[in-house]
Design a protein around this ligand. Structure first.
Ligand code: ZN
Ligand code: ZN
Length: 399
């Protein structure tokens, strides 16, 4: 079953007389269009990209291009002198055909032809083609890299921010989060192929194909099955990736006292691995929700509490809210506005140090009474007379 010679010039859309610069430009233009990174999951673009890569690999190399021009295809096994001799004979149209039969074609599988077919059991992997960036930074080595069958590959980790209700973070409980993750394909169970290996359609199971070079025939390892004679069917559900994307609601436990910014690791809840590789982990960064009255700072709870002028002045016991309900707070006599009072161990139970609790910090807001009756104003004036210290004296002393 002979394979036809490849028209590399046609593939890149350039003339046979194209300069190296024209070939370079044509390849970059085509690569930009067909690179797997810009056409994720598009098998036809991928095939096309392989073709242009192969064409570029040969035509961008002066020596390879010359051999290709002379013989009609390229192989590392043909030395320039042989190609030259072959071309002369073709041109003269006489004499015995050059015999390539003595060449060892075993190394051919490292040549560009190999990439035309899918490697048995190995899904197409754009990574082995060099990234989009690589091509344009000149690192791209094209078809030179032999494509290895993929072994088990671990799945990648995922990281999400999870906002947790104020009370759930303090008291603990269950929380949920919608995540987007890659899961092992349910059809092929992550194997990327379905069914057992079948006979290769390109070489009819012989593992060899005949490549024509002018009047010459060459037996080379079949590029589709890599000379094995057998291929596997790519799974149609995952297109040979072994993975499918899935939106999932993940339920997780929140420990009592979980702080804002704390990380939770859910083992094996990241992206699934390929070919039996372990799944990655899912990392959740907890964002604790807010509350209209309480402000949480670490394990402490802060809140502002209004007190009357007599309470602040004379001292009092007042009821204040805490995260456990009402509690009594002693306002010492002479408490000033803005003063902070600490209520020990009325804060959040620590998740890191069991048995320890934070404090509640109360900021006193003294409320000045609006006096609407003459009797109250009279009393206030009297009070002022009895307490006629000037509170601004210290201020002026500092000038
Ligand atoms: Zn599958
Ligand atoms: Zn084959």
């Amino acid at each position: 079953m002979p394979t036809t010679n490849k028209d590399y010039y046609g593939t890149l859309g350039v003339k046979k007389t194209a300069t190296a610069e024209e070939i370079r430009k044509a390849f970059r233009k085509a690569a930009r269009r067909y690179h797997p990174d810009v056409n994720p999951g598009d098998k036809r673009s991928e095939e096309k990209f392989k073709e242009i890569s192969e064409a570029n690999d040969v035509l961008s190399d002066e020596k390879k291009r010359k051999i290709y021009d002379q013989v009609g295809f390229y192989s590392d096994q043909i030395d320039p002198a042989t190609a030259e001799a072959y071309a002369r004979q073709q041109g003269g149209g006489r004499g015995a055909p050059v015999d390539f039969g003595g060449f060892d074609f075993s190394g051919f599988q490292n040549g560009p032809g190999q990439h035309r077919g899918q490697h048995a059991g190995s899904p197409a992997d754009s990574a082995s083609w060099g990234s989009f960036k690589d091509i344009f930074s000149g690192i791209f080595t094209g078809a030179q890299q032999p494509q290895q069958p993929r072994g088990p590959q671990p799945g990648s980790d995922l990281e999400y921010q999870a906002t947790v209700d104020f009370w759930t973070a303090i008291r603990g409980g269950q929380a949920r989060l919608d995540v987007h993750r890659q899961e092992s394909c349910p059809t092929c169970h992550g194997q990327a192929s379905t069914g057992g290996p079948t006979q290769c359609v390109e070489c009819n199971g012989t593992g060899q194909v005949t490549q024509m070079g002018g009047r010459m025939k060459f037996n080379i390892p079949c590029p589709r099955c890599n000379g094995t004679g057998r291929t596997t069917n790519l799974c149609s559900t995952c297109h040979g990736e072994g993975l499918v994307d899935r939106d999932e609601t993940v339920e997780f436990r929140i420990k009592a006292g979980t702080r804002d910014g704390q990380r939770i690791r859910l083992q094996g809840k990241g992206n699934a691995g390929v070919n039996g590789g372990p799944a990655g982990d899912l990392f959740l960064i907890v964002r604790t929700g807010t509350h209209p009255v309480f402000t949480r700072v670490g394990d402490d709870i802060h809140l502002a509490v209004p007190v009357t002028m007599p309470e602040a002045s004379l001292g009092a016991k007042v009821d204040v809210p805490t995260i456990d309900g009402r509690a009594q707070l002693k306002i010492p006599p002479g408490t000033q506005n803005g003063q902070k009072l600490r209520m020990r161990e009325r804060g959040v139970e620590s998740s890191q140090h069991p048995g320890k609790r934070g404090d509640q910090i109360v900021t006193v807001e003294v409320q000045v009474p609006k006096l609407s009756d003459e009797r109250s104003r009279e009393i206030m004036r009297e009070l002022a007379k009895l307490n006629n210290q000037d509170p601004r004296v210290a201020l002026f002393e500092k000038l």
